[in-house]
Write a protein of this length. Structure first.
Length: 459
C-alpha cells in the first residue's frame, strides 16, 4: 500500500544556519509578494479599464497564475526585483510562487463554486513579522546522513537533528520510502524539518478484525469508548495552563508593539512573547501526542471504529465550550483515525451529524427530545437505564456499525476502505461498496432515517 506521509524532526541549527534558513524563507516571501503585486496590478488595471467601457478584447491581457507561468515571469524579472537572487536556492523562490499559485487557485475556485467549504479570500501580502518562516526543497541533494542524526539539504548543507531519524532512515535503506520534499519551518519557536515521503506500507490487519468500538470524543475526558474505558487528557495539560496564564500576564506588563504610534516592541517583550509561544507549543504538542497515541491504539486493535461527525466550526462559535473543544481536538482525532484505520486495514464509520447519539438510549433505543449538556448521567424514562452520558453515546455509535453492515452491502468491504456514502443519508440507497477513496470518510444515516428503505430491500 503506497501512502504519502510526513516525517517531522526538530532541528538544532547553528546561528549561521538559522540566518541561512531565514534568508531562504525571506526569499520565498519576496517572490510571493512580487507575484501577488503583479497579479493584483493586472486585475486592478482590467477592472479600471472596464469602468471606462473598454471592450473585453481590448483589455490588458490576463496574467496566468499557474506555477510554471509565475516561475517563467519571475525568472525573466528576478535580476531587477532581487539582484541578490544568486544567494538563495531557486527552491526558495519556488516555495513562494507555489504558495501564491495555490492561494490564487483556491480563491478563484472558491469564487466560481468549484471549491467546497468556506469562502476563500483573495491572498494577502506576507509580512516579515507575522508570517511563519518556511522553505521547501523539492529537488537536489535531500538526504538523511548515515549517522541518522543529520540531514543534508541543498544550499543549507548538513543540519543537525534534535532526535534520531532512524525510523525514516530504516525505510530509506530498505527501499520502502522515497523522499519527495523537505520543508524547513519554524513553529513554536523551534525549527523543524518535515519530509514528505512516499512510503510503501505493509498490509496489516487489526488485532481484532471483528471488533467494533464506538468513540465519543468528550470534553471532560479525551474520549469515552463503548467498552466503558475513559481515556484521560494528557497529564501535564492542566499544569501548562497555569504557566501559560502567568506568562501571558508577564507579557502584558512589558512594552509591546503599537501599530498606531509605530512603537517597536521592547526586547523584554519579545523574549516574553517567545516564552509564551513556547508554552503554547508545548500544550499543542502534549495534546497532539495524546491524540496520536489513542488513534494508533484504536486503529491497531479494532476492525471497525465509529465516531461522530461533529460540526467543530459550529461548536467553536459557542464561547463557553470553545476552549475545551479546541483542546480536545475533535477534528484532529477524526482525521487521524481516518488514515490510521486505512494503514491498519480497519475501517472508520462516521455517524451522521444529526444522529442523536447522546439522546438515544443504548438499552432500548428510545430517543429523548431534550437532553441538557449539564446532565452527565443518561436516565432512560422508558426502560429505566442509568448510564454515563458519554458511555451511552459511545455504545450507540458502536451499535451503528451493525446497522451499517446490514443496511449497506452485507459483509465488510475491502480492507482499508473508508466507505464513502452520499451526504447525510439522503441518497443512502445509491450507496456502493468499495467506492471509497483514502482520506474521505463516509457517513451513516441516522437510525430510523432513510436506512429503513434499504433494510426492507435487503430482506
Ligand atoms: Zn431505554
Amino acid at each position: 500500500m503506497k501512502t504519502i506521509q510526513a516525517y517531522r524532526y526538530a532541528l538544532d541549527l547553528t546561528p549561521g544556519q538559522e540566518r541561512a534558513v531565514l534568508a531562504h524563507a525571506g526569499a520565498a516571501r519576496v517572490a510571493y509578494n512580487w507575484g501577488l503585486a503583479r497579479v493584483k496590478a493586472v486585475l486592478d488595471q482590467r477592472a479600471a479599464e472596464r469602468t471606462y467601457g473598454i471592450g473585453d478584447d481590448q483589455l490588458t491581457p490576463t496574467m496566468s497564475w499557474t506555477l510554471p507561468a509565475l516561475r517563467r515571469t519571475w525568472n525573466a524579472t528576478k535580476a531587477d526585483v532581487a539582484p541578490w537572487w544568486r544567494e538563495c536556492s531557486k527552491e526558495a523562490f519556488n516555495t513562494g510562487l507555489d504558495a501564491l499559485a495555490r492561494a490564487l487557485k483556491n480563491w478563484s475556485d472558491s469564487r466560481s463554486g468549484k471549491r467546497a467549504g468556506r469562502p476563500v479570500g483573495f491572498p494577502r501580502f506576507k509580512s516579515r513579522r507575522r508570517s511563519t518562516p518556511s522553505v521547501r526543497f523539492t529537488t537536489g541533494a535531500i538526504r538523511v546522513e548515515p549517522d541518522r542524526k543529520h540531514v543534508t539539504l541543498p544550499r543549507l548543507g548538513r543540519l543537525k537533528l534534535h532526535e534520531s531519524a532512524r525510523k525514516l532512515a530504516r525505510r530509506l535503506d530498505n527501499g520502502t520510502a522515497r523522499i519527495m520534499s523537505a520543508t524547513v519551518r519554524r513553529d513554536g519557536g523551534r525549527w523543524h524539518v518535515a519530509f514528505c515521503v512516499e512510503v510503501e506500507r505493509a498490509e496489516r490487519t487489526p488485532a481484532r478484525p471483528s471488533s467494533v468500538i464506538g468513540v465519543d470524543v468528550g470534553i471532560k475526558h479525551l474520549a469515552v469508548l463503548s467498552t466503558g474505558e475513559l481515556v484521560d487528557n494528557t497529564r501535564h495539560l492542566a499544569g501548562t495552563q497555569t504557566r501559560m496564564r502567568a506568562l501571558g500576564r508577564a507579557l502584558s506588563r512589558k512594552i509591546g508593539p503599537d501599530r498606531r504610534t509605530g512603537r517597536r516592541a521592547s526586547n523584554r517583550w519579545q523574549r516574553a512573547a517567545h516564552r509564551l509561544g513556547r508554552a503554547h507549543a508545548r500544550v499543542s504538542n502534549l495534546r497532539c501526542d495524546g491524540l496520536h497515541k489513542l488513534a494508533t491504539r484504536l486503529a491497531r486493535e479494532h476492525g471497525t471504529i465509529v465516531v461522530e461527525d461533529l460540526n467543530v466550526a459550529g461548536m467553536l462559535a459557542n464561547r463557553r465550550l470553545a476552549k475545551h473543544i479546541a483542546d480536545a481536538g475533535f477534528a484532529q482525532i477524526r482525521r487521524q483515525l481516518a488514515y490510521k484505520t486505512g494503514w491498519n486495514g480497519g475501517r472508520l464509520i462516521v455517524a451522521d451529524r444529526w444522529y442523536p447519539s447522546s439522546k438515544t438510549c443504548s438499552g432500548c433505543g428510545a430517543v429523548k427530545t431534550k437532553l441538557a449538556l449539564s446532565e452527565r448521567e443518561y436516565t432512560c424514562t422508558t426502560c429505566g437505564l442509568v448510564l454515563d452520558r458519554d458511555l451511552n453515546a459511545a455504545r450507540n455509535l458502536a451499535a451503528l456499525a451493525a446497522q451499517f453492515d446490514t443496511a449497506g452491502s452485507g459483509p465488510v468491504a475491502g480492507r482499508g476502505a473508508i466507505r464513502k456514502t452520499q451526504l447525510a443519508g439522503r441518497e443512502a440507497v445509491k450507496r456502493q461498496p468499495g467506492t471509497a477513496t483514502a482520506g474521505q470518510t463516509g457517513t451513516v444515516p441516522p437510525q430510523g432515517g432513510t436506512t429503513d428503505r434499504v433494510l426492507t430491500k435487503v430482506h
